[in-house]
Design a protein around this ligand. Structure first.
Ligand SMILES: NC(=O)c1ccc[n+]([C@@H]2O[C@H](COP(=O)([O-])OP(=O)(O)OC[C@H]3O[C@@H](n4cnc5c(N)ncnc54)[C@H](OP(=O)(O)O)[C@@H]3O)[C@@H](O)[C@H]2O)c1
Length: 297
């Protein structure tokens, strides 16, 4: 019987454990604050930001929101970030990606004060992660690491294949898996669009993490018997539904399920974990900046 790993359940557990951290901060006179910045008309980005703000409100994190016209130049966004960097009520800053094509993503991510960089994308935080001294682990890979632990999936000594090498998912995921630490110690292969034979790599893996952004790229024929499959992909495909589309992952769920020992669904797998780990990083950021120790879950 294949286990369907329930991301909502694991995320709920982490969020309820974070409540006592927020109480500790509150009793020291600190309300953790997250700033979300949206510079896009994209409906999915708007939805992601409102989900993150709702989750903050439920946990007692104050959220402030800035919306910028997507036609504005990079400089306008940099000025907004400077204001948030200087605001003592803001402990974490999240700039919703993707940004418009004309905006210099790199300049934007580098402008965020590293101790407020709750996405963990600033080069200083990326470097700390690689060095095994992470301050803020990027939310999606961290969420996946927690999901594997919650499902009692041992990573040590296992062969893991990460499909995708983006700075926000694939690379930090692979970095976490190779760390000499709990949730790491896996022998890790990173695949991408130039990988000669993707199926040959994924079939050999004990753990497959699919983050390609390509609908149902990986089917059951590409999964080895008894593997654990984590599907990061969120892809809109045309469908005869009210909205005119449906969400599918990077994995063809039904065929992969026949081979896997455990698999995450889309939605309800990795997505809720990304939000839970954003809340985690925001609480951690408040604890660091205000020098109030908390027992993070
Ligand atoms: N659930 C969540 O919370 C969450 C969070 C973040 C992202 N996501 C989803 O995860 C997916 C990946 O996101 P991302 O930001 O990492 O995407 P991205 O920046 O577009 O990167 C995609 C990566 O996949 C590789 N790739 C694309 N097509 C491939 C193929 N046919 N075979 C092998 N590799 C292929 C690309 O290779 P090259 O480098 O060679 O181009 C690239 O490295 C998206 O669907 C995104 O919506 C979900």
């Amino acid at each position: 019987m294949t286990e369907i790993i329930d991301g909502n359940e694991v995320a709920d557990g982490i969020e309820s454990e974070l409540e006592s951290c927020v109480e500790t901060l509150e009793s020291a006179g600190v309300t953790p604050g997250l700033a979300t910045v949206l510079m896009s008309d994209d409906e999915a980005s708007e939805t992601y930001v409102s989900m993150k703000r709702r989750a903050c409100a439920e946990l007692g994190i104050e959220s402030v929101h800035a919306e910028l016209d997507p036609t504005e130049p990079t400089e306008t966004l940099l000025e907004q970030i400077d204001d948030l960097n200087a605001d003592p009520a803001v402990h974490g800053i999240l700039v919703q990606l993707p940004l418009p094509d004309h905006v210099d993503d790199r300049a934007v991510l580098e402008r965020i004060e590293p101790t407020k960089d709750v996405d963990g994308f600033h080069p200083e935080n990326a470097g700390l992660l690689v060095a095994g001294e992470s301050r803020f682990k990027p939310c999606t890979p961290h969420g996946i690491q927690r999901l594997l632990a919650a499902a009692d999936v041992e990573t040590e000594g296992k062969d893991a294949v990460v499909v995708g090498r983006s700075n926000i998912v694939g690379k930090p995921m692979a970095n976490l898996l190779i760390q000499k630490a709990d949730g790491g110690n896996a022998t890790t292969t990173v695949c991408h669009s130039r990988t000669a034979d993707l199926g040959e790599k994924t079939r050999e893996a004990d753990i497959v993490i699919a983050a390609a952004g390509y609908p149902e790229l990986i089917d059951g024929s590409m999964i080895g018997d008894g593997a654990v499959v984590i599907d990061v992909g969120v892809n809109r495909v045309d469908a005869d539904t009210e909205k005119g589309y449906e969400l599918v992952g990077d994995v063809e769920f039904e065929s992969a399920k026949t081979k896997a020992d455990a698999i995450t669904p889309v939605p309800g797998g990795v997505g809720p974990m990304t939000i839970a780990m954003l809340l985690y990083n925001t609480v951690k950021a408040a604890s660091i900046q205000e020098d109030v120790p908390v027992s993070l879950p």
